[in-house]
Design a protein around this ligand. Structure first.
Ligand SMILES: Cc1ncc(COP(=O)(O)O)c(C=O)c1O
Length: 421
């Protein structure tokens, strides 16, 4: 089983003449086709809007592409709000789904007119005190327990730090209404990276039913229901990709069964997808720079967990293509590693691949979401550039690589590192 990269060896050889590896490369065409497909799939719901989860790929060039397909921004922090604001996303185009939120972030979110998605009942008072309550507000719901689909445990909301309990949600709506809030939204994110068409319809059922009860019991004017993120992608080549049209049809069925009969057929649906929007349309390109033969066979790359943390953090699988060797037998077992002084800095463990030579280009697939953005600077390693492979085959740098100057910049209050500043 294999995956075909969206870029060829010839293209990569050309790109690396200008941009040294490692770098993240994004596929503009793939991003556009997919965003258009999502919009089309949910076009039956007049208020539908995707608020792209900025944390997945916080790059202004990417946000501007998605905006062409009607996407707004789902922000989780001050800097993400600032990015959305700087790009002139208007207030209603910004969702602020944060948790353990500092007061100044609420103040800024209110200032730019973002829709605030409260994570906890105690945040009502907190927000009221620091920034005042808006006319429209959303609350994040966490029903607890296990989230199951067809006897499969998808995730464990009961163990998740997010959201109001059921009782708190009803109480919270009452309080908010009493305090003058006029319009409401409900949000939930109950399972991550779901590679099944069943997740959204199941989640929709939970949210739609609670919305009907909330309206009945509190009289709240519920304007939108936010299904958030969680639609997954097939990281493994043997996984079946989700079908967004099937997912949408499943949600529509529940909408017509639950919301329409309750007189709520005008409720807008929102999503906050990250992985589904960008994951497959990005890859990390790295060069094999070392081979090590000890108790195992190691390939040492010029990228490391600083560039892609998911394997080190979650043991996540990312498929690897050794460019130019697609047709060769996968008869070598390797650990493909980065250079960090951390033994979990491995992009693949015991992975069967074609024989790798020093200088080979490796494409690490599906890094378009939660890839570059999770990066850090351990071992003083610097973050890579981000490049956009445009529809016409040209390449645009959409973020430059960090330099030592960036790394030392937080010492600019003194002259101790001036030599490198
Ligand atoms: C509040 C919120 N919304 C949306 C997302 C996007 O999730 P995904 O990329 O899995 O679609 C996340 C991911 O962490 C999130 O925390």
């Amino acid at each position: 089983m294999s995956k075909t990269p969206f870029v060829t060896l010839e293209q990569l050889k050309e790109i690396t003449k200008t941009y040294p590896t490692p770098f993240h490369l994004y596929d503009e065409k793939g991003i556009r086709v997919n965003a258009a497909r999502l919009r089309d799939a949910f076009s039956w719901n007049p208020g539908f809007k995707e608020y792209f989860a900025v944390k997945a790929t916080p790059n202004p060039f990417i946000l501007n592409i998605l905006r062409e397909y009607g996407c707004g921004c789902d922000c989780s922090s001050m800097t993400e709000l600032m990015m959305a604001d700087a790009l002139h996303f208007s207030g209603s185009d910004i969702m602020f789904s944060s948790n353990a939120t500092p007061a100044e972030e609420y103040v800024f979110a209110r200032k730019i007119g973002a829709t605030i998605n409260l994570d906890d009942i105690t945040h009502i008072k907190y927000l009221e005190n620091c920034a005042g309550l808006p006319e429209t507000i959303s609350c994040r719901y966490n029903p607890g327990g296990l989230f199951k689909i067809s006897n499969d445990i998808m995730d464990n909301p009961g163990d998740a730090k997010y959201g109001f309990t059921t009782e708190q949600l009803f109480e919270g709506f009452r309080i908010l209404k009493q305090k003058g809030v006029k319009h409401f939204g409900i949000h939930a994110f109950l399972a991550s990276n779901t590679v099944t068409n069943e997740y959204y319809p199941m989640l929709a059922k939970v949210l739609f039913e609670v919305a009907v009860h909330l309206k009945k019991e509190t009289g709240a004017d519920i304007r939108f229901i936010n299904l958030s993120g969680g639609i997954g992608i097939p990281y493994r080549p043997d996984q079946q990709p989700n079908d967004i049209y099937q997912i949408s049809a499943g949600v529509k069925k529940v909408y017509e069964e639950v919301l329409v009969p309750a007189g709520m057929g005008d409720v807008a649906l929102y999503t906050e997808l990250g992985r589904y929007m960008l994951g497959p349309y990005g890859c990390l390109v790295t060069t094999a720079i070392h081979q090590k033969h000890t108790h195992k066979e190691y390939i040492g790359c010029d990228a490391c967990a600083v560039n892609l943390m998911r394997p080190a953090m979650y043991g996540a699988y990312h498929h690897i293509t050794v460019m130019g060797k697609e047709d060769q037998p996968c008869d070598h077992k390797y650990d493909v590693t980065g250079s960090l002084c951390e033994n979990n800095d491995k992009f693949a463990i015991d992975r069967m691949l074609p024989a790798i030579d020093t200088g080979d280009l490796l494409v690490i697939h599906d890094t378009g979401a939660h890839g570059f953005s999770m990066g850090y600077n351990y071992n003083g390693k610097l973050k890579s550039a981000e490049l956009l492979l445009k529809e016409d085959g040209s390449v645009q740098m959409i973020r430059r690589a960090e330099t030592p100057k960036d790394y030392f910049a937080t010492f600019d209050f003194c002259d101790i590192l001036d030599k490198y500043l």
